[in-house]
Structure formats: C-alpha cells, structure tokens
Design a binder for this molecule. Sequence first.
Ligand code: ARG
Length: 562
Amino acid sequence: MIIEHIQQAIFDTVESMHPGLLAKEAIVVAVPKHKGIGDLASPVAMQLAKLLKTSPLEVAEKIAVELRGHEDIAQVHVAAPGFVNITVTNECLCRSLEALDPSTPVTYGGGKQIILEYAALNVAKHAHIGHIRNIAIGESLHRMFEYLGYNVHTIDHVGDWGTQFGKVLYAVEHWGDKAVIEKDPVGELNDLYVLFHQKSHEDDTLDDQARAISKALEDGDAHYKKLWQWVVDINVGAIDKMLQGMGVHFDDHTGESFYLDKVEDSFAAMEKSGILTHNADGSVAVNFEELGVNLPSCLVQRSDGATLYLTRDIATVEYRLTTYQPERIIYVVGDDQSLHFKQLFAIAKLMKMGEGVEIKHVNYGLVLLPEGKMSTRKGTVVTAEEVLAEAIERAREVAESHGTEHTEKFVQELAYGALNYTMLSGQTHANLTFRWETALSFEGNSAPYLQYVHARTCSLLAKAELVSGKCAGEVSEHERILVIHLSRFEETLIQVCAEYRPNMLCQYLYDLASLFNSLYNTTRILDAGEQDKERLLLITSMVQQTMTKGLELLNIAAPEKM
Ligand code: ARG
C-alpha cells in the first residue's frame, strides 16, 4: 500500500516532467537493503536517464525537488549513481497501519475464473512424498488465488484410465478379496498390482490376458466396466479422505476417463486443423518440426486405435475452455512431465485453442530423502500415508520435549504445518531434501518458528486490555520497517500468483516473524507509555492477523498457544 502510494507520487512527478515516457508499473520502488538511507529507494532516475540520454544524478535531483512537496513524504535524498531515497511521514505510516485488514479477501482478481488442477493421483498406486509437495503447492495456490478474488475451480484429475487397468482388474478378479480391499483400498490395490508383476514373470500368459481385459474395457464390456468403476470409486473415496484430513478439498474428481467420449471430437478438430501425420502402421502423430515447432514429435493415436494420455489431455483442455471460460488453466505436476505439457500446449496453440488464456504448467522439483533417515514399512518408496503418520509421531515427541501443550489437535497442526512449510519454502523448481530435524525445528526458517511467533503475538494481545486500532505517537525506526513490511502482504500475494511461487509467501512471513521478534526482544510493549503502547499493540495485532491469514493461505494452522 505504502509502496504503491509512493510509486504513484513518483509517477505523477515523472508525468509532469516527461508525459508518456514511463508507465506507472515500470517505476521500481523497493525497500533498501541498507538501514539509515530512508524507507524506500527508487532507481527511477536511472530508468529515465537511459531513455533521455542524460545524467541520472541530474534527473534524480529534479525528481527530488518535486517530491519534497508531497504531503506523505518527509525527506528525499539523492544518492549516486542516481537513486532517489525517500522517507515517508509518520502520518503516512500511521494511516497505512490503521487501514490494514489482512483477514479480509481482496477484489484484485475481479471474480475471474481459474481452473486449477493438482493432486491427480493414479488409481491403485500409493501416493508418495512427492505428491505431498504437489498437494501443498496446489492447495496454497488455491487459497491464494481465492484470497485475491479469483473464482477458482479445483480439479483432482484422477489417473483412472490406461492400460494398467487390465492388470489391476485381472489381479482383483483372481487374487483380490473385496472385503479386504474395502478396508485399505489404496494399499491393497497397490499390492495387487505389484503382485501381478511378480506373477507375470512366472506365467507369460498373464500379460496377454490383462491386455484382453484392457481391450474389453475400452470397448465398453459391462462386466469389466462395473469392476473398474468399483475400483475407481473406493480408491478415490480413500484418497479423498486422506486429502480432507490434510485440509484439502476439491470441487471435483473428474478423472481421465471422463474425457474418453470427448476424444473423438477433439481428434476430428486436430485432423481439421491439419497438424496430424498418419503413419504407415495406422498410428497418428504430430510432427512438430514439420510444423515449425522445436519439439520432438508425439503420438496422438496408437496403431490399434486406442487413445493416449496426451490425446485425452487435449480433449480435457477443450472441455475446460468451453465449460468454464477460464482466464487461466493451471496444472501442478512434477518436472518429469515437462515435455508432455510442452507438447500439449504446443498442440493447443497450433489449433488456436483458448487464445488469450494463460495455460500454465507449474512444475516442481523432486523431494529427496537423506538416506536411511526415513523409515519405510516395506520397499523403498515412502508412501504419503507413512510420511503423514511419521510426521504426527515426531511432532508429538517434539511437543513433549518442548513442554508445550499437546492435544492431538495441536500435534497434528505442528506435524502438517511442518510438512507443508518444508514442501513450500524452497524454490519451487528446485529439488529439496526433506529432513525432519529442520522441518520440526523451533528455530530458523520453519513452520514451528512461525507458529511460535504467532502464538507470542496472541499471548501478548491477550494480556493487553484493549487494542484501540489507533496509531498514536511517533513510529520508531524499527517499527517503520515492520509497518512497511505489513503493508506489502497483498502485493506479495499478487507476485506469488503471477509467478506461481508459494515460497515467496513463506519468505514474507519469515521476515515478518523475524522483524516482530526483534521488536519484541527490544521493546517492553506492555510497559510502554500510553501512546506508544496503543501503537505497538496495533502493530502486534496486525502482525497476528497477517500471520494467521498468511499461514492459512499455506494451509498451515496458527494455534494461539504453544
Ligand atoms: N496422474 C498423472 C500422474 O500421476 C498426473 C496428471 C497430470 N495432469 C494432466 N492433466 N495430465 O502421472
């Protein structure tokens, strides 16, 4: 808010000097890294001098003269090679602080429609630790876009179709026990699928039988359709239960199979747009190079006429565009599918689908485990369920060793908070090494630290009689930085959503917590004089509200006591 205000003031000045030369958005205003040179710094004079081919210092001086008369600006200094350093008035800081309302969503997005796809687990396969990262990223984007005033439709694009179902159904039919499967659908179906692979080494007729089932299923065989539907339903039900336990809710679970009957039309549209190459063996491909696109070619239909993952995704894009008329379609999917999405988006572009719509693959790196540090029940893959269970166990130990109150609710808030924060706080594109010790540490850049600082604001506010909501007296040097930081919450979220990087919100909250902590350690807030106390409590209350909301947007609970 303060930054935007100053940006406007600089823009007005620049406009009066050189109309139409710089757009408002192009004017950079930042918080300087060094203390004592002002609240904000702008390289605007350097930006202008480049265009005007004059000396940046001269331009800076001219801008400074104009800005000095502004009612919200207390001081302006020019620094080499042409920075304009600004100190805002106490009045401006106080007005901004009093106007903050972080708990209330904003209208920035104007209700525009967004389709957001994440989770998208495959049936009969365990979710693993990487999926926890996927879900953390997707859910935080979901919450942030909604906070910014977008209309978000979330889809769990279930992996409920493909040749593996021939194997799954064969195994269920021959070795499965429905009552047992119903008790632990994902685990049992996963085991049956693994069993199929083991047995197919001994019996080489199994693969053919599975293929026949797969074909029957594609052709709409009633018996296998029914069995398949049963498998999908109990599997999706179990996954949804796990997701809900993690605080994650989807608007729909329409999986890949939903688009099967739409593939024919979209195939015809591809044909019509002239991008298909028919191969001698009957398969159909898109040869990108021939179409002037630098990508490896890909199949859109197999030689036996069966549909492919990519083809179903093209039908999916088409369906989402026409059904929801979104402004953006976002896919949160791991890095390993980058080529798939490049090809998908290239086809959409060649077909002129959804022009003006932002279609984005939000990719993220792998989650690695320091070897031997994570116990596994069986095999080498650490399942999501195992990670969640271990998080709870370890959080309980940590809570006990800190002597903090530990109801089961609190333990879960600590556990899931630590998991989500670790999944989100690293660079989204980079791989991350997951360590319990760091995730559950009360110190450093971690969820427990943020939760702890938040709880501290709560206990302080509980001890104070009343928060008047008035910013009285003189804002101190240290508070100034905090107040400006508080005013940047919305701006930060806008940036996170533009760049799809939840780690920027983590950094924002960590900085906020650290700024408050050092204020707390150097100031006796409750013992301050009347005016100072009034103002300091307002700051504390805004920190508390911003932390609660910020953590909620990361799907991390903010307990009041720790
Ligand atoms: N189910 C897929 C997998 O786990 C991810 C789906 C990604 N979304 C998509 N529209 N292709 O590999």
